[in-house]
Design a protein around this ligand. Sequence first.
Ligand code: C2O
Ligand code: CU
Ligand code: CU
Length: 461
Amino acid sequence: HSMEEEMEDESMDGHMDHDNVVSLNDSTGENELGIPPLLQSESDAETEYTIRAQKGETEIFDGVQTKTYGYNSSFLGPMLQFEKGETVTINLINELDENTTFHWHGLEVAGSEDGGPHEVLEPGDEDTIQFEVTQEAATLWFHPHPEGDTSEQVYNGLAGLIYIEDQNSKNLELPSDYGKNDIPLVFQDKIFDDEKQLNYEAAANEDGTVGDTSLINGTLNPKLTVDKEKVRLRLLNGSNARNYTFKLNTEDDFVQVATDGGFLNEPVSMNELTLTPSERAEVIIDFSKMDSDENIALINEDGATLLPFEITDQTGKNTEIPDEMNDFSVTEEEKSLPVTKEIELFGMMDMVTINGKKFDPERIDFTQEQGVTEVWEIYNKPDMMGGMIHPFHIHGAQFKILSRNGETPPKNERGWKDSFSIAPDETVKIAIQFKNKGVYMFHCHILEHEDNGMMGQVKVE
Ligand code: C2O
Ligand code: CU
Ligand code: CU
């Protein structure tokens, strides 16, 4: 029907302009939102997990089995909870019939454990990794990263969540009852064919695959039932390419408390929030004074209802959002450092490049010393058609945004980041330090751009 025609037109024109992306269908709210299960450690003495990448079938639509991929389940993955300071062992098993990797997006681990395209597991292969969790409380995620096949594997369902907790996150006493007032929301958009299958090849667009069907945590037509209390939503844009701008249908404010890699110093009030692919944010919505007949929903900028809320008449916890949550700062020294790495993003479709080059697994593009802060300047060079927004991501580190076009970044970007959007003709400066050694990827997180070679490598030594 019309959506498919539109998609075809777009692939014929080629370029996927963010302004003409197909709208999402409204959620009817008929299904309670699924919550990813918390993965339990296999041993009491230490933290040990086993994660299997597998194929399966999932009932997304009533009475229909859709072929999907998942971690330890048929679709998507569990939530892994780490404590700062602990040593985590993860057994990785590839039960797919194709190569995959296990990448920990946002986690500060050695390059050899980061699960980039070099850490391939062939079908049937197993591996064990072990690392210490050294970074502060944050919402991270994991997904595959095999060269050229990341987009298809993520699209089919390989994505899971990681929560890191620490002393600060406990002291803050923000809502933290998992699945009750601390809710993960993994946003993805898909195209289902007439048989209600995910046919990646038919859906794929070189400029980023977008669909008309919104899934949250894999649930179609979700609603979320909440008590009258403050509810923390951990938002992850887990889509291949779509940018989301979240709002409430009432245009009420909500409060952002965390970025990709940690808490903001102070809560930031807003009535809309944009996340490009792979970005996360934690926001708090106050339902405490709302009535159960309130018609309130999380919507997208295009007006689509993403997640209607059903408010019970139960009064929940009376939590206060603290005024001070973190001690993030950009130092004078960081502000005065010279730019030592320049990155130019350019192109569209399969002609995307970084500094004029496509990814080559044999080529190291930059080197950086472990523990030394450098300033990277990223520029999005427009093309004849104006260019497009690229979400830029670096592995293995949380970094600081110093400026956007020379200006201090908005308040809600004054916190640890591992991905950020960059508009055509925009220049973003960041200060980045790697705590570990190894080879790390940097790339556009429109997954088709990544697969098309909009990726480079930094070797930390
Ligand atoms: Cu979300 Cu290269 O990663
Ligand atoms: Cu990553
Ligand atoms: Cu891109």
